[in-house]
Design a protein around this ligand. Sequence first.
Ligand SMILES: [Fe+2]
Length: 232
Amino acid sequence: MKRSTVNQTIEIAKEVFAAVGLNLPSFASWTVMDWESKGSECDEIRHSMLGWDVTDFGQGNFDQLGRTLLTLRNGSPKFGSGKDYAEKLILDPEHQKPPLHFHRSKMEDIINRGGGNILIRLFQSNDQGQCSDENFTIQVDGQTREHKAGEQLRLEPGQSLCIPPGLIHQFWGEQGTGIPIKGKRYTVSGEVSRVCDDWNDNCWLAPCERFCKIEEDEPAQHHLVHEYPPAQ
Ligand SMILES: [Fe+2]
């Protein structure tokens, strides 16, 4: 995907996060130039991969298949903070989905942090790591519900769903809801989870790249989480 698209979506995310009343940590505003003077005091940010994370999953169709995330906290053996939890903010534009996937070990709560509604599609995974047609139970705001395979679940602002390992999921902003910016609407979801290892813990139903190749058509405003330079 193009760097200009990465720069653009981060600016929209900042605007939408502010519109739902979320204040961001200082590293969310650090530019590529700011990072030139950052030393080892920022190693937790580097090694735990805190910050902006934008991807089109190598599919070349960011409007339909993509993600803009801000990792607020995470654990990492490389930094050794001992943290066993993680938290992210996710920008959910209308129509933009991540590929269907599940996690080997991460359990995550997806929380609608505001803007509009989130729609979630869910399947239990079978032994081949594909969608099972069996029904299952889910926890929505601490309440147990029966759920049909593939059925869409709507989360309104404030509602949350627990996604255990092995549950195939995909979520996006519901069309016609959310904060309007330049002809599109945006919702914000939050993720509170176990440590997130995006290099090893994601199982995609179709081949895709978690961290995609970026075409440098303009200068980067912010480093992405896998682009930080080592400490000076
Ligand atoms: Fe996930």
